[in-house]
Design a protein around this ligand. Sequence first.
Ligand code: ADP
Length: 582
Amino acid sequence: MHVLVINCGSSSVKYQVVDAAGGDALAEGKIERVGAEKSHADAIGEVLAATAGHTFGAVGHRVVHGGERFHDATRIDEDVIAAIEACVPLAPLHNPANLAGIRAAREALPDVPHVAVFDTAFHVRMPRRAKTYAIDPAVADAHGIRRYGFHGTSHEYVAQVAARFLEHDLADLRVITLHLGNGASACAVEMGSSVETSMGMTPLEGLVMGTRSGDLDPGVVLHLARALGVDATDDALNRASGLAGLSGLGNDLRDIQDRAEAGDDRARLAINVFAHRCRKYVGAYAAVMGGLDAIVLTGGIGENSVEMRRRILQRLEFLGVRVDEDANRDAKVSHASPVADISEARARVRTLVVATNEERMIATKAAAVAAGIKQVKAAGPIPIAVSARHIHLDRAAMDLLFGDGSELTEYKPLSQPGQYAAAEKLTIVGPRGRIEGVRVLGPLRRSCQVEVSRTDEFKLGVDAPVRHSGKTEGSAPITLEGPKGTLHLKEGLICAWRHIHMTPADAEAYGVKDGDFVEVEVTGGPRDLTFGDVAVRVSEKYALEMHIDTDEANAAELDRGAAGDLVYEDIVGSTASLQRKR
Ligand code: ADP
């Protein structure tokens, strides 16, 4: 499928025709002086004239701000346009330009699916602790103040490319991606999701950028606003700071590096502050993820500046990062050859330079949405099961807790074939409190896993990550007390990610596939609720059932044994609603 990718800014429209299958750019260009001399509609007209020989299966639009609503690339309709419009106050410079491009392109190509790909979408699933600024929630809600993050398309793309290069599933890796261009941001990618990123409510927070300050004491903003006025402060921090402001030389790092070499102290300081900030974030994000497998550098600076990479990556040996000087100097990346490994062979953490390609990512996502447009399907009821806190044990843990060679006793079967609640129970002990009588589920597994709710977590005094079952690496420590012994697990405590088990036949019927995330709406009761980010798990071994924990069930006032009907509300197979039968 050929996809027209449109990146509509306030003064220019960039476009590419991308073959979504191979990712090759078949045509590209930039229309300048938009806004002043020509309208966005004129510019889109020029784009279509320049790409007249192509037939498009989809048009992918880069949209900077998707607010809270958009988790992924989304087919554009009037409702989506209104939602993008609602995000204008959050991105006053970018979203209006993006919308102008969308409107003009839809009018010019009414029969092709148009898809919005959001810079913010990759970060939407960040944990609340990372999204939340420590201010009064009423103030935050009233003004939409939280961390949204940007550059998501690039962070996601380079993390995926890195995982492929390392021959690992991204879901098994902890990666820090540094997108260092004119705008710059860092992202902690844990198990394929963004769990932290340095840009915040706006692209001003975080790393030092071409002309933006990045992090500073919020008191500085108040102080400057009082002294200079709000607009002048905006200008000072967004357009006259960063590398340009520090060096006094403009925002091109090449010039700053040349001047630094010639002895210019301001240029040297600019480079040092930039690198120091990046290194600080690497340390912080390794701590956030409880470990690190790879660092990825991308963007104009990350891909090209040998000197800046060296400065950022120095003195990180304690994390397992070891850069090979020669490999760093020789690293050359391009769309055709997008990865250079600059780590020493013995390094525990791989350090990669990766050429980002946001247009390719936008094309891939737009093509997937366009190809995924499905017809409404009738689907049967889905039972909802509420999982109480429980424990999975491995053989060694069983021996230690219940005695050598002991076996679990089946108490009652669970809905998933072969699984059962055992008669055996244990006490879970955290630093703050203990929970007794927690049931063990059988059969034994290859590793231990303890699943609790957020409420339990507070009682125990631990911070358990929300994880898919089996993904316990880097999760929280916990102690188990049994009749024959006590077991300290270094990791294994999680809050289970809500999910639906289904067979391949069910998946076919519902029009979803393994790894999809769906929204599940519970309606018809006193507390209607939409569960977002429900993971779809498909296997021949499963029986159709949605699993949520007790907190989630309480939030929706669901009774045990609730069942519902999965109903498609629209033609894109990612929104399903589950209606409760009472
Ligand atoms: P944008 O965020 O606008 O897309 P880019 O990702 O193209 O920006 O990055 C632009 C930055 O990359 C500029 O600061 C530029 O100086 C820097 N850059 C590009 N090539 C080099 C190089 N060879 N050495 C150092 N810096 C470079």
